[in-house]
Design a protein around this ligand. Sequence first.
Ligand SMILES: Cc1ncc(COP(=O)(O)O)c(C=O)c1O
Length: 449
Amino acid sequence: MKTDTGKSMTADQMVDSCKKYTFWSWSAQDAVNPIPMAKAEGIYFWDADGKRYIDMNSQLMCSNIGHGNRRVIDAIKEQADELAYAGPGMATRVRAEIGPILSKHTPGDLNKFFFTLGGAEANENAIKLARQFSGRQKIIARYRSYHGATAGAMTLTGDPRRWANEPGIPGVIRAFDPYEYRCSFGQDSCIDCGLLCLKNMEEIMMYEGPQNIAAVIIEPVTGTNGIIVPPDGYMQGLRSLCDKYGILLISDEVMAGLGRTGEWFAVDNWGVVPDIITMAKGLTSAYLPLGCVAMSDRIAEYFNKNVFYGGLTYNGHPMSLAAAVATLKVLEEEDLIGNSKRMGRIMAELHQDLKARHPSVGDVRSIGLFGIIELVKNRKTREPLAPFNGSSPEMVQLGGFLKENGMAAFIHWNTLHTNPPLCINEEELREAFAIIDRGLEITDRAVIE
Ligand SMILES: Cc1ncc(COP(=O)(O)O)c(C=O)c1O
């Protein structure tokens, strides 16, 4: 096959060549069945045969402002003309521009930014900063978490993607999550439980020796592993615990940040200021790769006189920074954070409506446009419709139905994610939920009363 551009290729040619020569992540290669994606606009994309899909997971929860935004595309083109690359030691116009915009939106005194190419690298550098700043080695992470696929980030990761990559880096300890629907401490509700997960966290700190712990890293709202929204008081309590023992709090907002939860950063929902925030995905809305570590003044000042042992060839890449500056302006000027909050309220109602009518819906959770539908065989026993780290015929069928009916959705074990681009409007949201509504008839048939 000698075709030069995607345009001259058929859908089959695209898929065949991609499958023959390229290696897919997190998959046995034979099981991969990619959609030949040809173009995208707003909340929709089209395959090479012209079929339209609603992008109900914003690709990988990253196309936050939506597809095909002219302002970002033009900014990238202009930057390519002006200066495509500058080494990490150079000052550039876009590097100068992005700092003030970011620091306007990061909470508290998180005013200094280290740029990477993605989320895993941001977390790698966050723990480097925490260790070098504190002189301590241990890091506490949580089980239901994903922090990236590089060695350190993979070790921080609690979910089963870690297993095949063990042993990882030394010094990582894991704690349980504030997961109300499947509480590790046997509670039915977070109300009046006294936040046993935080008590357990403090016990872990005691056993590990708080003087040895550099940081606690958490996804403030857990992403892939279940859109776990912590009860009010959890984030505040975790902040206090960290303060009590001089431990840094790292908020991994790679997925939850940049408007996804209806606030600029997820921690803003609880008025908590972490010591470090990591971000990526929504920072450029994935128009180009970029990650970032935001650090407090206190940490930044320490490194005024002490060398930071970390770096990247593409640190502060002008093209990515141009995409980020344009994305941040779109988020600001098109009020997409506000839209995420407003549409999030409607999405929460749509979730509740599905729960009221479909017996296979065990739980629904959302904050802003970060949502999930958790499917069960039985509401009383809460038996999941697919096992932990597994699948089931019904979940596979549901995925097939949604795809068939023009929705690209993320199905993870027994859950269906609802994470559309933040530019979605009410009509589009209702259109998406009407498809899900029909799909859930499949999972309802698996319910055992
Ligand atoms: C919370 C969180 N942290 C880190 C990462 C890793 O980001 P990347 O894939 O850009 O390395 C992800 C990716 O999904 C994520 O969801």
